[in-house]
Design a protein around this ligand. Sequence first.
Ligand code: GLN
Length: 252
Amino acid sequence: MKQLMMVLGACALAFAGCDKKADGEASAAKPLKMITEATFPPYEFLRGQEIVGIDVEICRAVATKLGRPFQAETVDFDSVIPAVISGKADVGAAGITVTEDRRKNVDFSIPYVKTGIVVIYKKSNPFKDVAQLKEQRIGVQGGTTSEAYVLEQFKKEPERSRSPAEAVAGLKAGRVDFVIADIDPAKNCVKGEADLAISDFITSEEYAVAIRKGQPELLKTIDAVIAELKANGQLATWIEQYTAESDKLKDK
Ligand code: GLN
């Protein structure tokens, strides 16, 4: 099921009519549109119909700084950066790892998290080292650095899924032997699964917000917001809060 889920800011109605105000009132500010992929807890996930998470809070803080309403939409991960490039969205935030390849197409903010990918495995088939993965079937979320890792390191195609959870379902069902994913969604996936475990980091990565190239002012604002959220402890609070909330959703 592919859904386009929209979370409209308070200004949605005002925006619909804001260009043609008969009374000549100033137009309402255009919403800052975030594009994401909401299967990636705790950075973005669905609370009912609402897209929530750390990345959502960061982008909402940018909108607030700009005095603009906020709107978020979820698509498949491999459509996030194209939506930023085409201008369909103003900011892309989806636990996006900064890579040199992506830098050719978008500009990145300063990083807001240091992280990396890990191997998810069945305890009955323990992970020892990456060399062991070469001959195995590996599940990943499509378009991610985990996919790139398998292509580059093992010169082979992984089994692509649309979310880390779907990749892990493939592991449980025996369709793949191992899954590679970012550590936080990986932890969320193995929570409550007695027969699954995760490895240490196999890469070192950083997440940042992506925007269309050539917007130095917007980039400066995003960098300033991220620096402030790091300095005042708000980012750390969100990480804690959304990790707890997404872990709880997993328990249901
Ligand atoms: N950090 C990984 C990447 O950028 C995965 C992101 C995601 O699946 N949302 O490719």
